[in-house]
Design a protein around this ligand. Structure first.
Ligand SMILES: Cc1cc2nc3c(=O)[nH]c(=O)nc-3n(C[C@H](O)[C@H](O)[C@H](O)COP(=O)(O)OP(=O)(O)OC[C@H]3O[C@@H](n4cnc5c(N)ncnc54)[C@H](O)[C@@H]3O)c2cc1C
Ligand code: SF4
Length: 472
């Protein structure tokens, strides 16, 4: 029972930083069998599994850790995939330090949390290797069809649940590859693309129909989709980048984070990226400044390092304790040579047609706590300074797209901040037989929440369709 006190917490060993910045591959291999067993054994089997309540999917963590500790890997896997459609992805990229592992009792007692995410990844990789993951074969095929707008994690999770219930599933995706931000947003050094495409192939083999390069609102209207299918699930994410509004900020000088990351991911696929060739999305040899303190900012700084930037600095207006990004990503970025400029905010950008551009910034201090529980940054008078930059990347978050306009659906209700409005604990929108899930409802969030939404929205859709079928 007290193994957590005798055996040290162990995460998959990352490659040395100098080695890993030379490529875009993941920085650590999953646990092998011995470490999977050793680390699972550390679980204290607490009477109240707080780790489970820290997981948005309510994963039955203590039970699969117990099976894994006993060497019953197949049973551990069966339990872990029962509540999670994409466990090998969550295991890799969930910010466990804010979710399951944050609630781990041995962790809170100072012994180091059980490495839950790493065990989850290792179980899933074992399942893939051993051929335990096979296409979904529903007990009965139904005639009803569901359209899903968007092939990101919310759409993928919904598709899997709908197929399990025998529904015919059509995913409409505007991009040329499925996966949403898993494919084009998150860099390969956090999540190798084969891992994502293996899952989208699995959905394809489970008879999910992907319609790629097909944008709803442009190539096909929402009204057409509603006529063609028994239900429609909107799972298109959020893509409006927040702008930096200081004097001198312009599209010519600033590079939005997602443009930069999509460009880098496309290069990884071997695609042609003209903006990389022109230098706009290429950090090589440059002094790069990334503005922001979230996970997207961490992904940008680490991508710039791998593109062989001369110097990479992250500028963030709050301090380290108040940054929204994950601790493990901060540590990785530091190890890879990124400089952090905490408590500093840009005031103006000065482009005299010369390189480098100058960012004039000011130092900040943290004031009173706001409604969101975070301290408000305030400028320190007389503390202005200048920072040279050849490339400035803005990673200031995302706001919802104007979906009533994009979908020519003025009756689609949105919240006061623009996300799709759904009922409390429900997924139906103001349009009949149209549901919504993932970031387009929550705003920019996490993969694990998108999976949870997709899964639960599918459950509601199935219930509504079967209820209608049973109605006299
Ligand atoms: C750079 C970056 C790094 C991140 N890192 C992490 C991380 O480490 N861990 C984590 O948990 N979360 C991370 N996130 C957040 C996570 O990626 C999102 O919360 C999650 O992908 C949301 O899933 P989704 O399915 O709702 O939307 P998305 O993943 O955005 O997928 C939506 C899909 O819908 C498609 N689409 C949109 N509109 C249309 C339309 N009209 N017609 C057809 N298709 C359409 C889009 O092309 C896209 O493929 C990160 C986000 C970013 C931007
Ligand atoms: S899905 Fe994420 S939060 Fe849940 S157990 Fe896995 S790593 Fe932890």
């Amino acid at each position: 029972m007290l193994t957590f006190a005798k055996t040290r917490r162990g995460a998959p060993t990352p490659r040395p930083s100098q080695e890993r910045i030379a490529d875009f591959n993941e920085i650590a291999a999953p646990f092998e069998a011995l470490r999977l067993h050793e680390q699972s054994e550390r679980c204290a089997g607490c009477g109240v599994p707080f780790c489970q309540s820290g997981c948005p999917l309510d994963n039955d963590i203590p039970d699969w850790l117990s099976f894994a500790a006993d060497g019953r890997t197949r049973e551990a896997w069966d339990l872990s995939q029962a509540t999670n459609t994409l466990p090998e992805i969550c295991g890799r990229i969930c910010p466990q330090d804010r979710l399951c592992e944050a609630k781990c009792v041995p962790g809170q007692a100072g012994f180091g949390a059980i490495t839950i995410g790493a065990v989850e990844t290792a179980l899933s990789e074992t399942a893939w290797t051993k051929g335990w993951i096979t296409p979904i074969k529903p007990p009965v095929e139904r005639k009803q069809s569901v359209a899903i707008i968007g092939a990101g994690p919310a759409g993928m999770a919904a598709a899997a649940s709908l197929r399990e219930a025998g529904m015919q599933v059509h995913i409409y995706e505007r991009s040329d590859r499925p996966g949403g931000l898993l494919t084009y947003g998150i860099p390969a050094f956090k999540l190798e693309k084969e891992v994502v495409l293996r899952r989208t192939d699995w959905l394809g083999n489970s008879c999910v129909n992907f319609h790629l390069n097909c944008e709803i609102g442009k190539d096909i209207s929402l009204a057409q989709l509603r006529r063609k299918h028994d239900a429609v699930l909107m799972a298109g994410g959020v893509y409006q980048a927040r702008q930096l509004s200081v004097p001198g900020a312009s599209d010519k000088i600033l590079v939005p984070a997602l443009d930069y990351l999509i460009g880098a991911n496309r290069l990884g696929f071997g695609d042609n990226v003209p903006d990389y060739d022109s230098g706009r999305l290429n950090a090589k040899g440059k002094q790069v400044v990334v503005i922001g303190g979230g996970d997207t900012a961490m992904d940008c700084v680490r991508t710039a390092v791998r593109q062989k930037a001369k110097k990479v600095t992250c500028l963030y207006r709050r301090d380290e304790d108040n940054m929204p990004g994950s601790r493990k990503e901060l540590q990785n970025a530091r190890e890879e040579g990124v400089d952090f400029f905490w408590l500093a905010a840009p005031k103006s950008i000065h482009d005299n047609g010369k390189v480098p551009t100058e960012i004039r910034a000011i130092r900040m201090q943290l004031g009173t706590t706001q409604d969101d529980g975070r301290a408000a940054p305030q400028e320190i008078a007389g503390s202005a300074f200048a920072l040279p930059a050849d490339m400035i990347i803005t990673a200031l978050g995302f706001t919802p797209d104007d979906l009533p306009k994009a979908f020519a659906a003025p009756d689609l209700e949105t919240t006061s901040w623009g996300s799709v409005a759904v009922g409390r604990g429900r997924y139906d929108t103001s349009l009949g037989r149209v549901y919504a899930a993932g970031d387009c409802v929550r705003g920019a969030s996490l993969v694990v929440w998108a999976i949870r939404d997709g899964r639960d929205a599918a459950a509601q859709i199935i219930k509504d369709i079967l209820h209608k079928e049973a109605a006299p």
